[in-house]
Design a protein around this ligand. Structure first.
Ligand SMILES: [Zn+2]
Length: 307
């Protein structure tokens, strides 16, 4: 059943577990995500970026998710706009049937971020949709980074408290040291869990972790084994994901892991069966590999068997 983001995330907030927010760009990714939810008995957030919406068409993106949620009515699912860049973009998603939106104005000055977020929150809440915003800059932090440098890029807990009160936003993505993509950390992985706990204490709302792909060894290896190049890639280790959930993270954005797992299988078929050109022979194993990664993630985050 299609529900608002808050309906899923407030339960996770009260129950101290995390729910995966999985990105999709086509039928195959969505199929793998829903099959994983069925297998693990887990609520899900499926999310599309503005780029994914451009690729699929917004009506197709919404239509696909509605079809799946009508088929599996017992699975709570929220359809989320990932990194909305403007009020117009969020409004279009809300008007088209999204049940959750992110307004990402984190690169603006605080007051501008507050103003943009407020405008989206008002329109979204009038339409039964809930909202995510972001504070701080998403980037990896080094072991030897100074306190001043940390303060310059990571979320300020006091600011987070003010921001949530001022905007009435439903869930917040505080920058604590993760970054997008497959190369998250130069040295050892490093996240600021103390800062995270302080943000949770001061805001007491569901929190969101961006750039949360783990790139497990077996996923990396399967990609490298087919001649793919991901050398030097580093994700957020499973132990860190668990610690983040314990510290108050409830929405865990995951995209890179899904892409790598899927494409490793596509590469494998391309390498081993040069005469193959039936799309299904490439995509079916891709979906299976992706489903396995997602089920495992649901177990780690604690959303399995929470329906
Ligand atoms: Zn993100």
């Amino acid at each position: 059943m299609l529900v608002s983001g808050s309906e899923i995330l407030l339960k996770a907030h009260r129950g101290n577990y995390g729910v995966g927010a999985f990105n999709f760009v086509n039928f195959e990714m969505l199929n793998a995500i829903f099959n994983a939810a069925l297998e693990a008995n887990s609520p899900i957030i499926v999310q599309a970026s503005e780029g994914a919406i451009k690729y699929m068409g917004i009506d197709m993106a919404v239509g696909l998710v509605k079809n799946f949620s009508d088929r599996y009515t017992h699975i709570p699912v929220a359809l989320h706009l990932d990194h909305g860049t403007s009020f117009e973009s969020c409004k279009k998603a809300i008007d088209s049937g999204f049940t959750s939106v992110m307004i990402d104005a984190s690169h603006h000055q605080l007051e501008e971020n507050v103003a943009m977020t407020k405008e989206v929150v008002q329109y979204a809440h009038d339409n039964g949709v809930t909202v995510e915003a972001e504070l701080g800059r998403l980037m990896g932090i080094e072991d030897n980074i100074s306190v001043d440098e940390k303060d310059a890029v990571l979320v300020n807990p006091q600011e987070a408290e003010y921001f949530v009160k001022e905007t009435n936003v439903d869930y917040l993505a505080p920058a604590i040291g993760t970054s997008h993509g497959a190369f998250k950390f130069k040295g050892e992985p490093n996240l600021d869990f103390v800062r995270l706990q302080e943000v949770k204490r001061r805001t007491n709302i569901p929190l969101v972790l961006h750039g949360a792909s783990a790139i497990p060894d077996y996923v990396r290896e399967s990609f490298l084994a087919t001649g793919g190049d991901l050398k030097g890639s580093k994700g957020v280790p499973f132990g860190f994901l668990k610690q983040a959930v314990e510290g108050g993270i409830n929405k865990v954005n995951t995209d890179t892991d899904l892409r790598i797992a899927f494409m490793a299988e596509v590469r494998k078929v391309a390498n081993t069966e040069p005469t193959q050109f039936d799309l299904r022979k490439f995509f079916a194993p891709g979906m299976q590999a992706m489903q396995k990664v997602i089920v495992e993630r649901m177990q780690i985050l604690g959303s399995a068997n929470k329906i």
